[in-house]
Ligand binder design. Structure first.
Ligand code: SAH
Ligand code: SF4
Length: 340
C-alpha cells in the first residue's frame, strides 16, 4: 500500500496519470488530504472508480488522540497519539507570545540510549514516515483549532537516524501546497550523528540545528550519551563549526543541567573553552526527572553560576523556562507510562 500523504505533489500527479486518471484529479485529492480527511470516501468531488482505486492501493496516515493532558500552569498540551498500526507517539504543543509551537516525534522510541531520557529508556520500535510526522501537526491543529507556527523536532526519536523520512517531512511541511511552515520556523535537534550533520548541511535549509551536547568533555559525555563513543566531542564540535560555514546558520546547543554530573564550574569553563569563537547559542535546561535514572535538577545557584561563567567568556546562554511541568511534558514519559 502506498503512503499517499508522504508523496510530493509531483509524485502524486505521476501516480494518478500513470494509472490512467486525469492530471487535475491529483490537485483535488491533494486538497482533500490537506483538509485532513481520514478516508478516501470523504473526497466528495472524486468519482467512485478513483475512490475505489485509491482505497485499494493507498492508505492515509493518521495520528489519533489516545490521551490529552493540559497543563494547569501554562496551557501546554501533551498528546499521546495512536498511529495506523497501533504504535504510540507523543507530541507537545506550547503557547508563546509569538504563536504556537509543536514538538513532534520522529521515531517510535529511540536507539541512542541516553541515560537521562525517558524515550531512550523504553527502547526502539520503528521510524516514522514523513506523513506520520505531519499527522501530529495536523491532529493538534484540528483539535485545538489553531495554526501552529513553529516546529521543533525534539519529541521521541533521533531525527538524523531517520534521515530520508525527516528530509521528506521538512520539504513537505515547508512547501506552499502543504502546511507552509517556513524552514526558519523549524528546529531539528540531534544527539550528534556526525556524518548526518554534514549530509544535512548540504541541503542548506534555513532551519536551526540544535545539538544535544550535555557535557563539555568525552569522559562526562560518554557516561550519559553512548553516541559519544562513536562521535566524540571534538568531531562533533568540528561538524558544528563546519555546519555554520556551509549553511551560514548559527547552531544552538542543548545542555541539561544535572546535579553533580555536568553542572560544576569546571564544566562551565570547559564548555566555554570548547565553544570559544563560535557563533552559537547555549540553551540550559534543568534536567527533567525521569523515574529510574537517579538524576536530579541542578539548584538555582549552580545554574546561575554556570550561565555567568559562560557569559563572562562571551558565550550567550539562556536558562530555558520549563513548560508543562505538571504533565511530564518531556517526551517519552507518557508512552512509557502507557506501556507499563
Ligand atoms: N534525539 C534528539 C531529539 C529528541 S530529544 C536529541 O537527542 O537531540 C530532545 C531534547 O530533549 C534533547 O536535547 C535531549 O537531550 C533532551 N532531553 C531528553 N531527556 C531529557 C530530560 N530528562 N531532561 C531534559 N532534557 C532531556
Ligand atoms: Fe534518543 Fe534524543 Fe532521547 Fe538520546 S535524548 S535517547 S537521542 S531521544
Amino acid at each position: 500500500m502506498i503512503d499517499i500523504k508522504s508523496l510530493y505533489f509531483f509524485e502524486l500527479e505521476n501516480f494518478i496519470t500513470d494509472n490512467g486518471f486525469p492530471k487535475f484529479r491529483a490537485k483535488q485529492i491533494s486538497d482533500w488530504l490537506n483538509k485532513g480527511v481520514t478516508s478516501f470516501s470523504q473526497m466528495r468531488n472524486i468519482p467512485k472508480n478513483i475512490i475505489e482505486f485509491l482505497s485499494g492501493s493507498c492508505y492515509i496516515s493518521v495520528a489519533n488522540i489516545e490521551k490529552k493532558l493540559v497543563s494547569r500552569y501554562d496551557k501546554t498540551v501533551k498528546y499521546l497519539f495512536c498511529l495506523n498500526d497501533g504504535e504510540y507517539i507523543e507530541s507537545v504543543v506550547m503557547s508563546y507570545h509569538h504563536g504556537y509551537s509543536i514538538c513532534v516525534s520522529t521515531q517510535v522510541g529511540c536507539k541512542m540510549g541516553c541515560t537521562f531520557c525517558a524515550t531512550g529508556k523504553s527502547g526502539f520500535s520503528r521510524s516514522l514516515t514523513a506523513s506520520e510526522i505531519l499527522a501530529q501537526i495536523e491532529s493538534a491543529q484540528k483539535d485545538l483549532n489553531i495554526r501552529i507556527s513553529n516546529i521543533v523536532l525534539m519529541g521521541m526519536g533521533e531525527p538524523l537516524d531517520n534521515f530520508d523520512n525527516v528530509i521528506r517531512f521538512l520539504k513537505l511541511v515547508s512547501c506552499e501546497d502543504g502546511l507552509n511552515i517556513g524552514m526558519r520556523h523549524i528546529t531539528l535537534s540531534t544527539c550528534g550523528i556526525v556524518p548526518r550533520i554534514y549530509e544535512l548541511a548540504e541541503y542548506k535549509f534555513a532551519l536551526t540545528l540544535s545539538v544535544s551536547l550535555h557535557a563539555p568533555d568525552n569522559a562526562t559525555r560518554s557516561r550519559t550519551m553512548p553516541i559519544n563513543n562513536r562521535y566524540p566531542v571534538e568531531l562533533l564540535i568540528k561538524a558544528c563549526r563546519d555546519y555554520f560555514d556551509i549553511t551560514g546558520r548559527r547552531v544552538s546547543f542543548e545542555y541539561a543541567l544535572i546535579d553533580g554530573e555536568n553542572d560544576s564550574e569546571e564544566c562551565a569553563l570547559k564548555l566555554a573553552n570548547l565553544l570559544k569563537g563560535m557563533n552559537c547559542h547555549v540553551n540550559l535546561i534543568p534536567v527533567n526527572t525521569v523515574e529510574g535514572t537517579g538524576y536530579k535538577k541542578s539548584g538555582a545557584e549552580r545554574r546561575n553560576a554556570f550561565v555567568e561563567i559562560l557569559s563572562k567568556h562571551g558565550i550567550t546562554a539562556t536558562i530555558r523556562r520549563t513548560l508543562g511541568s505538571d504533565i511530564n511534558a518531556s517526551c517519552g514519559q507518557l508512552r512509557r507510562n502507557t506501556l507499563n
